[in-house]
Write a protein that binds this ligand. Sequence first.
Ligand code: COA
Length: 259
Amino acid sequence: MNYTNLFTLLDGNILIITINREQRLNALNKQTIIELEDVIKNAQTQADIRAIIITGAGNKAFVSGADIKEFIGLSDSEGRALATFGQNAFNSIETSIKPILAAVNGYALGGGCELAMACHLRIASDNAIFGQPEVKLGIIAGYGGTQRLIHYIGKAKAMELHMTGRNINSAEALYLGLVNYVVPQSQLLNKSKELLNEIIINSPKSIEGIIKSINSYFESNNSGFNNEIEEFGKCFLTNDSKEGVSAFLEKRKPNFTGN
Ligand code: COA
């Protein structure tokens, strides 16, 4: 299947999906999210696909976030709809019965960090940078980031990273438990394939059972994801979100007033 913003390649039994918007540092616009959800859904029923790698085009960015240009002029209900749409797509990654690994080849910010966290495994190149900088735009994460970051690094560090919007490098991401391994960029795909090949010699039914069982540990309380949708929507009622988004696009510092 041909996609506008994705490049796909079947390497043995591993489907490699490359997000291909290098000029925008692979920012996730709606079209890209639709395509991602579609390719993951189709892969579920293709017997020759045993595992999936998601990576970004180029050597600078995995995904630099949701496409900030699509935030301009959103109402609160449109904000809620966008968060619901993004969460649904990322849930389809998390609940894939075939293992999905994020090969994080550079910036994984905002929606990029959320995408990596929705995957079952993460391997970062040594130049990777992670963060949830939405607060600097006068908004919050909306694609599951307030919830999944807690799962990986705990409440205290999740609070810190979301509230400061500060980025962390690959070494800190490894230390905090956000990524499984860090390797030189030239080794990223090889190491990713090596790990997945070690997994896919095992029974697909066992892998499916493991994914479902481990996911179910985190499913007892979905209200956090719903609260995130509500709070993401509310952000678009504020002048601060308009200021934050304009400031990024105009390449200046925002002036937040609390309104
Ligand atoms: N949405 C839309 N456009 C984006 C983007 C995003 N998330 N991230 C980068 N871009 C665009 C930039 O606007 C720029 O476009 P231009 O060439 O028309 O000016 C282009 O991609 C290259 O990015 P640039 O900012 O010039 O690269 P840099 O090396 O100076 O900085 C980043 C890289 C990742 C630090 C910076 O792009 C950034 O902070 N991006 C936004 C991160 C973010 O807030 N993500 C969360 C969104 S919810």
